[in-house]
Design a protein around this ligand. Structure first.
Ligand SMILES: *Cc1c(COP(=O)(O)O)cnc(C)c1O
Length: 423
């Protein structure tokens, strides 16, 4: 089925007499008639529900919808996008392992990878995604287990060359993990370009109404773990915590997903509440209608900003002059997203004055919402990073991140115009 139909209908197929709308199974536990049945669930011999930390029908229905939209074999919801990226890496990396990541990534992910994972003994090397294949390959080591990038970087708005990254990852026998938060599967499906695993902060466009913080991991099922078994003992050798079960042998294409839910979620427990999954599902039902409008509005605003002499620079891949335009035409032919990065001529204070003068457009620590909002990463989300780290992460100190919503574009333009007049 087409994406629009999947947005509306995938994941929940009610049987005769059941609720048409996805019900909220706000229950921690599930009842069984005898001990044997419950024991089979614990042994992973049967599929079913017993405790919401492992699986919940509402959460699973929403995960199935996202898996269908991405074209994956399975998906798991997490309590946040941060948790999704952490689990995606931690499912295949342990102390002593290493991975390679684009340095054009979200500030929270940058900290998670560069600081927190290091404390767990997992190291990473940040690479410039625009570097040559040889340069990026040089960052790989014998203990490297994954390559990571963002389809469209937050907040730099650079488009990833997914095919190039997939080629490099596969030459080194490791999967490519892509954070597809900004384009969503409506505008890009990374599996079609060779990515193996996709992550999302569902807090953003997927929800789209700023009502829940959530994340998701989707597996294409395409990566052949057993072909590189020595690199992935967690998937290809017996798991002591599951009576010696080997995920690849027992679950085939679902090995990575099963380990995620049955082992990592069991032990770490970052699940979303079923109520949050319900809200996310409402957002997903209109994702295919909202994304084109975000892109249409952002395109007009990016063109307006580029033509204004008070604006120093604009990054929006829909602009023909943008450095990511060629990649966007290949990977995002129907539009990228509603996020624009730009800088004003003047000082940091000029940016602050502009933002403080906006009336309709609000300053919020959020992005990818139905309501247009604005943020100055250097003084907000990326505060912890030094100026050098900021530049490494593709964030200029004067960068303003404008997240264009789905209001009438003329009202948005009027607000931007009057704020520019005040600087
Ligand atoms: C927001 C964001 C995250 C983190 O997600 P949370 O839901 O805020 O935890 C990760 N990656 C990208 C690209 C994001 O925009």
């Amino acid at each position: 089925m087409k994406q629009s139909t999947l947005c509306v209908q995938a994941g929940w197929e009610p049987k005769n007499g059941e609720s048409r709308v996805l019900p909220i199974y706000q229950s921690t536990t599930f009842k069984y008639d005898n001990t044997e049945e419950m024991a089979d669930l614990f042994d992973l011999k049967k599929e079913g529900y017993f405790y919401t930390r492992l699986q919940n029908p509402t959460n699973d229905a929403v995960a199935r919808k996202i898996a269908a939209l991405e074209g994956g074999v399975g998906a798991m919801l997490t309590s946040s996008g941060q948790a999704a990226n952490f689990y995606a890496i931690f499912n295949i990396c342990e102390a002593g392992d290493h991975f390679v990541t684009s340095n054009e990534i979200y500030g929270g992910t940058y900290n998670l990878f560069g600081v927190t994972l290091k404390k767990l003994g997992i190291e990473c090397t940040f690479v410039n995604p625009e570097a040559s294949e040889e340069e990026i390959s040089a960052a790989f080591r014998p203990n490297t287990k994954a390559l990571f990038g963002e389809t469209i970087s937050n907040p730099g708005c650079k488009v990833l060359d997914i095919e190039k990254f997939a080629r490099i990852a596969h030459q080194h026998g490791v999967p490519l993990i892509v954070d597809n938060t900004f384009p969503t599967p409506i505008n890009c499906r990374p599996f079609e370009w060779g990515a193996d695993i996709v992550t999302h902060s569902t807090t953003k466009y997927m929800d789209g109404h700023a009502t829940q913080v959530g994340g998701c991991i989707v597996d294409s099922g395409n990566f052949d773990w057993d072909a590189h078994a020595e690199k992935f003992p967690g998937l290809c050798t017996p798991d002591e915590s599951y009576h010696g079960l080997t995920y690849t042998k027992a679950f085939g294409k679902m090995a990575y997903m099963t380990k995620l839910t049955a082992q990592l979620m069991r032990d770490l427990g970052s699940i979303p509440s079923p109520h949050n999954a319900f809200l996310l599902n409402l957002g997903l039902e209109t994702l295919h209608l909202r994304m084109p409008r975000h892109c249409e509005n952002a395109q007009k605003i990016a063109e307006f900003l580029q033509a204004d002499e008070r604006v120093a620079w604009v990054h929006y891949s829909g602009l023909p002059s943008d450095e990511s335009h060629a990649l966007a035409q290949k990977y995002l032919p129907n539009g990228s997203c509603g996020v624009i990065a730009f800088g004003l001529k003047g000082t940091r204070e000029t940016a602050v004055k502009f933002m403080d003068s906006l009336e309709l457009i609000c300053i919020v620590t959020h992005v990818a919402d139905a309501r247009t909002c604005v943020l100055h990463p250097a003084s907000h989300t990326h505060r912890q990073l030094s100026d050098e780290q900021l530049r490494e992460a593709g964030v200029a100190p004067d960068l303003i991140r404008l997240s264009v919503g789905i209001e009438d574009v003329d009202d948005l333009l009027a607000d931007i115009r009057q704020a520019l007049d005040k600087i």
